[in-house]
Write a protein that binds this ligand. Structure first.
Ligand code: COA
Length: 170
């Protein structure tokens, strides 16, 4: 049994380990193996998004927290910063359920869309979100907010040619 619920500050110590475990999947994608060893969101970042943003976890009977999603509410969208599912529990629809929870939350608050940035072409990133109803935005449709997110990722060292911004209208 899996329960999706709001993240509590007590959950924070478990979340970096889940993100590190989730990133193991990148070891199978040539050129992006290093993502598995990359930095993860800090405890402070998690606490800030619990206090001022959107944060939920998937809790599994007999395992504990298996996944989390967090984001920020912007005027035009609920922007998802991270979705991470523990490697042992990927491919069972937990990511999909977290995105659906974010979608319900946005719709309940009259927020017109979900946005995120992700890796182009990686099967569990851009094509996965396309299957969930997201559209990849070309430069002309990015807008200043998503452009700034991609610029910050480039400054942080992400290979920008392999990144894209996506939106799902609700
Ligand atoms: C992306 C992620 C959150 C999806 O969560 P999940 O619970 O595994 O997702 P689901 O079970 O809902 O679906 C998994 C999808 O990934 C695809 N996928 C998973 N592993 C794959 C692999 N090794 N090769 C190809 N496709 C794969 C599946 O085809 C499936 O898509 P489908 O249901 O449309 O067929 C999870 O894989 C994860 O934590 N990945 C590492 C971190 C990450 O990339 N986060 C997203 C940042 S934008």
């Amino acid at each position: 049994m899996i329960r999706i619920r709001p993240t509590s500050p007590c959950d924070v110590p478990a979340l970096p380990g889940i993100e590190r475990s989730s990133g193991e999947i990148f070891r199978q994608w040539a050129g992006l193996e290093w993502i598995a060893d990359d930095d993860v969101q800090s405890d402070d970042r998690h606490r800030a998004l619990i206090a001022d943003g959107v944060a939920c976890v998937a809790e599994m009977e007999g395992f504990g927290i298996a996944a989390f999603l967090n984001g920020t509410v912007c005027p035009d969208a609920l922007h998802i910063w991270q979705v991470a599912v523990h490697r042992e529990h990927q491919g069972r629809g937990i990511g999909r359920r977290l995105i659906e929870a974010a979608q319900r939350l946005a719709a309940d608050h009259g927020i017109p869309s979900l946005t995120l940035t992700t890796f182009r072409a990686v099967p569990w990133n851009e094509p996965y979100y396309q299957r969930l109803g997201f559209t990849t935005l070309d430069n002309a449709r990015l807008g200043p907010r998503l452009k700034a997110v991609l610029d910050a990722e480039q400054q942080a060292g992400l290979p920008i040619a392999q990144r894209c911004a996506m939106r799902k209208m609700l």
